[in-house]
Ligand binder design. Structure first.
Ligand code: ADP
Length: 262
């Protein structure tokens, strides 16, 4: 597919035909690359809910048979994760079909504390070591597409888990300051070198795969997060110190009743 017909110097019918064929090949190649990217994207994003579901299945297997509380908690969690995966698949298909798709039809008033609490509840099974701690959870209304905001926070948590040693910590918080909502995911992990800080949001960019024992990363997580932040009118901030840790902050405007959002 990489090859193209060499164009003759004479501009005749053959020249036109060759040009048309070359353009068609360009389009096919572009479509093929888009598809490859979609497959990478999808598998990256589906890994987290699958981890949560298999965590609950193990829990049910061990304790659920004799403990009705564990049983109902497990069933509820698996139901909600399955729903999350269904949403995610729909969203990925949506992205695959349209390159410039927006999420606006699913926008609703969302309570920031409820949202973070849900993300926290699901993440407790992603990782025990490093431990995930809900440090602060203040409440305010934001106008957002909650499914995608949860997906974004999970990408940050997933990364924090991947790049933090077992004895480290991951702190989640939601703070309200000056009419803004700050969602923070802070870890005490390996950090990001200064020279890479500006590049980690690029598609497929990975700092150095030899830094961790994890080989699973595709370098897509943060580029998806960037897209989600933009669609939700949020700003992202990344602070990191090598060998000390990383903080990712998503900043949303607070919704006020005097405001109309179009
Ligand atoms: P990946 O699938 O490789 O994790 P991402 O786009 O999510 O892809 O992240 C890009 C790169 O940024 C990662 O390869 C990693 O090197 C770095 N990175 C992201 N989050 C963290 C973090 N919390 N701590 C250290 N490095 C991180």
């Amino acid at each position: 597919l990489g090859k193209r017909i060499t164009l003759s110097s004479e501009k005749n019918e053959i020249y036109d035909l060759a040009l048309t064929i070359n353009k068609a090949l360009d389009r096919i190649e572009y479509g093929y690359k888009q598809q490859q990217q979609f497959i990478n994207n999808a598998s990256h994003e589906l890994r987290t809910p699958i981890t949560v579901i298999s965590g609950y299945v193990d829990l049910l297997d061990r304790w659920g048979k004799n403990d009705p509380n564990t049983l109902s908690e497990g069933i509820e969690a698996i139901k909600s994760e399955t729903n999350y995966m269904r949403q995610l698949i729909e969203r990925l298909l949506f992205f695959a079909r349209s390159n410039s798709g927006t999420l606006s039809e699913h926008f609703v008033m969302t309570d920031s504390a409820d949202l973070l609490q849900e993300v926290y509840n699901a993440s407790s099974l992603i990782s025990e070591h490093p431990a995930i701690i809900l440090e602060k959870n203040e409440s305010a209304l934001i106008y957002a597409e909650p499914g995608s905001v949860k997906q974004m926070l999970r990408i940050f948590i997933d990364n924090a888990v991947k790049y933090t040693p077992a004895e480290g910590f991951i702190y989640l918080s939601c703070e309200i300051k000056e009419n803004k909502v700050y969602f923070k995911v802070r870890d005490t992990g390996i950090g990001i070198p200064k020279k890479d800080l500006h590049r980690v949001f690029e598609r497929f960019y990975r700092v150095d795969s030899s830094r961790t024992k994890e080989t699973g990363g595709s370098g897509l997580g943060l580029s998806i997060a960037k897209y989600i932040a933009k669609s939700n009118r949020a700003k992202l901030q990344l602070e990191s110190t090598l060998h000390k840790g990383t903080t990712v902050i998503a900043i949303f405007p607070i919704y006020t009743e005097n405001e109309a959002i179009v």
